[in-house]
Design a binder for this molecule. Structure first.
Ligand code: BG6
Length: 491
């Protein structure tokens, strides 16, 4: 990999501390960072280079998964870091930054490859991109790239406006939109599971699959983020991005070739085929909920409306369940159920594929033959489980048996699996955009979500309360029951 400059906006923020520095350090230890590299942190405050390096070191000691930090290696790593004060609106600060970038490029005899990572609130994305362009920071003899994180817009229109502004400074193939779910090993594994195993590939369609269930449940509440969350809700915070990305990864057809362009092309086709709702019909397919007080892991927790910073009459959704239909030849007639919520019974991200159970009538009526299930645990466990049926030798009854493999089976050297941010930052450094959200995917997702936002805003869809520590409102069970199914997470 060729040497480069890594410019980090928001260098004193929480994400940088918890995720970005530890990820860079782990990459460095694994020899996956280019040498030399110049890393320039930007923040509003004043900080000497040395104090900045100390902050970076503290965050690594606290959050890095790699414990090797012998003094010489750590010293060499920290040496790559410099700090510059920057007010995003001040053009002279970008000039100062450009000067520092160039000085370091000369000092280290580096190519002019420049990565800009915007770890800042999204309202600053456009002004920063504009200033990168106007200041000359974006004029390089090498490549330039931009990494940004969700939220990409607040609704369809604002997402389009934002994209339009970004595209004045960066081309689409220079923009790396992080959706950290795409960095999760099991989400990345979906493609191999489906396409590297003929046994699964051959059943991955409407002839064999009865329904697909994608759940991301959390036990945490809104935490310190009410200011953001109360205006977003689960629909913007989780469904528009993470849940739909998992849906695309699960439902995409075999790409013509395994490369970023083809995979993204297949994902786009899935989103294009998801049946749109008109806002009046949203209530028939989408359940929205809000947590009330309850008990989680033996602890009493308060309801959403009583959380600090939340409007006491808030109508914000902290839970969403949806039934989607993908109108293409591969999936027509197969319901996809998606649900996500805060303050639920357990932290679990999982995909359950339920197979059709057409042979169940072969057996006597006193035998209940369960369907085959393929269960993909994404988080916190990373497992693939196949539920089959077998005959119990003791009583001759058909009973479900499970075969299972965990990610650890594939990680024989037990070094610890790279975290999502590590994988994604590395991919961006080498210019591989496979596991980043393409603008088209983002736009199509907003297009699908927009009538739901409208229905919620106009109260066309009831807001169900659910007890903290539960699996969400009962209405979410009816969504499946209407088609003769049930959620499998609750087993
Ligand atoms: C974030 C959301 O994108 O994902 C949070 O903003 C949510 O509200 C988080 O808690 C969940 O991520 P994970 O990796 O813990 O499942």
């Amino acid at each position: 990999m060729e040497s480069m400059t890594f410019v980090l906006f928001g260098a004193t923020g929480d994400l940088a501390k918890r995720k970005i520095y530890p990820a860079l350090y782990n990459l460095y230890i694994d020899q996956k960072l280019p040498q030399p590299i110049s890393i320039i942190g930007l923040g509003r405050g004043k900080l000497s280079h040395f104090d900045f390096q100390e902050k970076v070191k503290e965050s690594i000691l606290e959050f890095s998964r790699r414990l090797e930090h012998d003094a010489s290696q750590m010293g060499e790593f920290l040496n790559a870091f410099r700090f510059s004060t920057l007010d995003v609106n001040k053009t002279e600060d970008y000039q100062k930054l450009l000067k520092l970038v160039k000085e370091r490029e000369e000092e280290l005899q580096m190519k002019e490859h420049r990565m800009f990572y915007l770890s800042v609130a999204p309202e600053f994305f456009d002004i920063i991109a504009l200033n990168i362009k106007n200041s000359g920071l974006g004029e390089t003899n090498g490549w330039k790239r931009l990494i940004i994180e969700k939220p990409f817009g607040h609704d369809l229109q604002s997402a389009r406006e934002l994209n339009e502004k970004l595209s004045r400074a960066f081309d689409e193939d220079e923009i790396y939109r992080i959706d950290h779910y795409l960095g999760k090993p099991m989400v990345q594994n979906l493609e191999a599971l489906k396409f590297a195993n003929p046994i699964l590939q051959s059943i991955w369609n409407k002839d064999h699959i009865a329904n697909v269930q994608i759940t991301a449940s959390e036990t945490v509440g809104v935490e310190q983020r009410a200011g953001y969350y109360d205006h977003s809700g689960a629909i913007r915070d989780m469904v528009q991005n993470h849940m739909l990305q998992m849906l695309m990864m699960t439902a995409m057809n075999l790409p013509y070739k395994m490369n970023a362009a083809e995979i993204r092309n297949e994902k786009r086709k899935v989103m294009e085929a998801v049946r749109p709702f008109i806002k009046e019909k949203v209530k028939n397919h989408i359940v929205r909920g809000q947590y009330a007080s309850g008990e989680i892991n033996g602890q009493l927790v308060s309801g959403y409306k009583d959380e600090p910073g939340v409007n006491p009459s808030s109508q914000t959704d902290t839970f969403v369940a949806a039934r989607l239909w993908i109108d293409n030849p591969l999936w027509s007639g197969v319901p996809f159920y998606v649900r996500t919520g805060k303050r639920m019974k357990e932290k679990s991200t999982r995909i359950v594929i339920e197979l059709k159970n057409s042979l169940k009538l072969l057996y006597n009526q006193d035998q209940t033959v369960k369907p085959n299930l393929l269960i993909i645990d994404i988080n916190p466990d990373e497992n693939v489980t196949l539920q089959l049926n077998g005959k119990n030798p003791l009583n001759g009854k058909i009973e479900p048996v499970r075969i299972n493999f965990s990610c650890e089976d594939l990680n024989r050297n037990r070094l610890g699996v790279p975290e999502a941010y590590e994988r994604l930052i590395f991919d961006a450094l080498i210019g591989d955009s496979t596991f980043f959200a393409h603008w088209k995917e983002v736009e199509l997702s907003w297009e699908w979500v927009q009538p739901i936002l409208n229905a919620f805003e106009e109260n066309l869809s009831p807001l169900h309360e659910y007890q903290s520590g539960s699996y969400g409102p009962e209405a979410a069970d009816f969504l499946l029951a209407e088609n003769g199914f049930k959620w499998w997470l609750d087993e």
